[in-house]
Structure formats: C-alpha cells, structure tokens
Design a protein around this ligand. Structure first.
Ligand SMILES: Nc1ncnc2c1ncn2[C@@H]1O[C@H](COP(=O)(O)OP(=O)(O)O)[C@@H](O)[C@H]1O
Ligand SMILES: [Mg+2]
Length: 295
C-alpha cells in the first residue's frame, strides 16, 4: 500500500512540536546529513517519499508543523510545498520560493527588476528571436535551459555556427521546456564562481568553486575553497533572500568587471561536496536554524 497523508478528523492539526517531515526522493548525502543532525538534537524526523505518496487533494493533514522539502523533481517539489503549506505546515522552502528558483528566467527577471546585479539575459521562444538576442549580446554567449542543474545543457557558444547548432537541436529535438531559450552574456569569471549558503536570511558561508572548465559545478568536478564574506557579498545575498524568500537557499555568484553578479538561486541546494571541501558542518547550521524555528 502506498503511504498516504494521515487523515485527522475535524480541524485539529495534531501537530507534534518536535517533529519534522523530511520529504525526499533519494536519500543523498544532503538528506542524510540533515536527518542525522536533527535526530542528534532529539528532533523526530519522519522521512516521507514524496513522489510515492498518494496526495488526496483537499484532504489529509500531516502530523507535523514543519517540513523540509528535498524532492528532486522541480515540479513535484513545487506541488508538495503547495499542498503542505495550504495545510498550515511551514515548508522549507515554500511554494513561491521553489517556483521562482526552479526557473532561471523567473529568478533573473525578478532579481533584475528589483535592481540586483545579474548577467544581461534574454528569453526567447523562437529561433529567430534567439538569434536576435545573440546579436545584441555578441559572442561568446551562454544558452541554458530555464530549469536544470549540475550544468547540464548549459552551452557556451563562441560563434554563430555553434549557436545555430544548439538552437536547432533544442528546437527540433527538445521537449517544450527546451524551446524557451535563456540567452545570457558570457561572464569572464576568474576560473571560479562563488556559492553562498543563506539560512534564515543570513549568509552562513561562501565558497569559491574552481575548475579548469568554464562550468564550475562541484557535481562536475570543481573544487571548493573558502571565500571571504565581504560586505558586497553579504548585502547582495541577503537582498536576494529577501526577494525570493525561503529559509535555506544557495546562490551562485560571478565576479565580473562590474562587481558581483547573481547567476542563479537554488532552493533545494546540494552542499555536501562543497562544505566537505572547506570543513563546514552544514547539518549543524541547519539544525540550529530548525531548532530556532520550532522553539
Ligand atoms: N553566463 C555565464 N558566464 C560564465 N559562466 C557561466 C555562465 N552561466 C553559467 N556559467 C557556468 O556554468 C555553471 C552552471 O550554470 P548554472 O546557470 O549555475 O546552471 P545549473 O543550474 O546547471 O547549475 C555555473 O556555475 C558557471 O560556472
Ligand atoms: Mg548552478
């Protein structure tokens, strides 16, 4: 039998004070770290396989007042945050944050509109408009899917020939999502970018992610080393957190001639590799924050 949300009669929420739902798809290092750190503090962690749960719409009340949603699929994660929030559960991260951060176009537009420095970026829905954007930006440029992670399908195009190949493949072979062209200036960053972890609106640590490849995800082999939290960095990160909301988010920043630029915001951040490289215990940071929220 599939797990179901427990149904509790009437309007009583039956919430247990020191219990957290950990919604997951696969128990990766991050979920294990969170589980262990919370359990060590005496917080009961109920692990819920979110994508195998039968969610009866308009019904079912979870027996917890806090949930950490670590669902892998962006669309499933958004649904789950929505359903839980609507049932009065505080969800990390909430539906709005998940929805914005899981879409690079929404994130960039919102941040730019609020005056946060971001790379110059266009969104196009046809190849013709995509080439127009590339003419505006010039080469090299970067074409990305609006959703994705680990640097997958993030393409640097050095000239029109390369751009034609990427756009034509996406247009003719891609699913509907790949037909939204997110086209961005290539930022000449110094062989690294910066990953910043923000918990409860405060910067907790920053690392450089360095690689000989222009794609600097640690999932793609980049190494992390400590990055000082300057005032510029803290101001930008905390501003971004106040705009996108959310309790635990991670930002990718680029160092550019114009100062720091925000590349993207991750609302279900991976942190195991980078924090291990610099010896930071993110489990403890998260547990401190969860205790604060539950108290
Ligand atoms: N506009 C850009 N200029 C320079 N490097 C970029 C640019 N966009 C992405 N990158 C590199 O590619 C990596 C992955 O891109 P990102 O937008 O963070 O996608 P993902 O969601 O897959 O991590 C970044 O961490 C960075 O190293
Ligand atoms: Mg990234």
């Amino acid at each position: 039998m599939l797990p179901r949300l427990k149904r509790i009669g009437g309007n009583s929420f039956g919430t247990e004070d020191k219990k957290v739902l950990l919604i997951y798809t696969i128990l990766r290092d991050e979920e294990r770290i969170i589980d262990k750190a919370l359990s060590k503090r005496g917080i009961k962690v109920e692990k819920v396989l979110g994508n195998r749960t039968l969610w009866e719409l308009g019904n079912g009340l979870p027996e917890a007042r806090l949930a950490i949603n670590r669902t892998l699929s962006a669309s499933q994660a958004a649904y789950i945050s929505f359903l839980l929030e609507e049932r009065g559960v505080k969800v990390i991260n909430p539906f709005r944050t998940m929805t914005i951060c899981n879409d690079k176009a929404l994130t960039t537009d919102l941040l730019a509109k609020e005056g946060v420095p971001v790379p110059r970026t266009y969104l196009a829905f046809t190849p013709e408009r995509a080439f127009e954007a590339l003419e505006e930006i010039g080469y090299p440029a970067v074409i990305k899917p609006v959703t994705g992670s680990w640097g997958r399908l993030v393409a640097k195009v050095n000239d029109r020939d390369a751009a034609e190949a990427v756009i034509s493949y996406r247009w003719n072979l891609g699913r509907v999502q790949q037909k939204a062209f997110y086209i961005q200036e290539y930022v000449k960053k110094p062989g690294r970018d910066i990953r910043v972890l923000v918990i409860g609106g405060k910067v907790r640590y920053a690392v450089y992610r360095s690689s000989s490849h222009w794609v600097t995800n640690t999932a793609r082999g980049a190494r992390a080393y400590p990055c000082p939290v300057t005032k510029e960095l803290a101001d930008i990160a905390e501003r971004v957190a106040s705009i996108v909301g959310g309790d635990i988010i991670a930002l990718d920043l680029f160092e550019s001639e114009k100062g720091l630029l925000v590349n993207e915001v991750n609302s279900t951040p991976e942190f195991a590799r980078s924090s291990r490289d610099v010896g930071i215990d993110v489990g403890e940071l998260i547990a401190d924050y969860i205790e604060e929220v539950l108290s």
